[in-house]
Design a protein around this ligand. Sequence first.
Ligand SMILES: Cc1cc2nc3c(=O)[nH]c(=O)nc-3n(C[C@H](O)[C@H](O)[C@H](O)COP(=O)(O)OP(=O)(O)OC[C@H]3O[C@@H](n4cnc5c(N)ncnc54)[C@H](O)[C@@H]3O)c2cc1C
Length: 263
Amino acid sequence: MNRFEVITPADLASASQLLAQDGHVAFAGGVDVVDLSKQGIASPTALVNLKGLKELGGIEVRPSGELRLGATAKLSEVAEHPAIRARFTAIAEAAGETATAQIRNLGTVGGNLLQRPRCWYFRNPDVNCLKKGGDTCYAISGLNRYHAILGGGPAFIVHPSNLAPALIAMRASATIVGPGGERTVELEKFFTLPAVDPKRENSLKSGEIITEVIVPASPSSVRSHYLEAREKQSFDWPLVSVAIAIDRAPGAKTVRDARVVMG
Ligand SMILES: Cc1cc2nc3c(=O)[nH]c(=O)nc-3n(C[C@H](O)[C@H](O)[C@H](O)COP(=O)(O)OP(=O)(O)OC[C@H]3O[C@@H](n4cnc5c(N)ncnc54)[C@H](O)[C@@H]3O)c2cc1C
């Protein structure tokens, strides 16, 4: 692990300027970024601490019924929030199924969406796989028990985020601030498949920061649910997960709208 400094920027604009510099990496809960540094996969010269930035904090259900999740809101806060549990159930369930109580108390909404894949070839510092600029995805002929079975390739990673399928099922979008100003991206379009660029998993650009995730209000007839199957029942990433949001009026036999997202 190389030496690095930790910088706590005074405001969002300074954070973005710092992150546009080579070797500067954002730090929220730090769960994945510290792991990647210890594994030699990331070699930051500076970690830019996002936790004190007020634009990134908090959880709010607005009078319109829209849900705002600050990017540094903790997974435990999302899992336990009474209004999220009642009206955006799949999101609370996905956060509550993540890792352990200790990790949920550190891990944040933004960090969960931006964590890197768990592929053992990618995480092995001695393997220069396709995702790290090499020319081979070793999962193809190697150990591929936990890799993509649908729509994979040329790298066969799967995205590890619990929150992503639930947020996409609920039509969430991310607000992103960077050197080019502010933009909003539907989460459905935020993630990048290996077929587009095997080295990355999302469309975040240099210096850009996710400030919040917005989930639009949905009619009271919408019900949502998140389910996952995993190998260890104590804590583990899911082998498969599914988030579903269904709009069916009480007593009606037909469904007006359904979104099913598999992880
Ligand atoms: C044992 C274990 C089990 C786990 N099980 C699960 C599981 O079942 N399901 C699951 O989904 N996850 C699981 N995780 C992963 C864990 O939930 C994530 O590592 C965690 O959510 C990352 O959040 P963080 O805030 O610590 O991110 P960090 O490590 O601080 O950041 C992660 C990445 O996001 C970037 N970043 C963070 N916030 C922002 C932002 N706002 N804008 C721009 N860039 C940002 C950082 O630069 C870094 O690249 C597990 C982790 C462990 C160690």
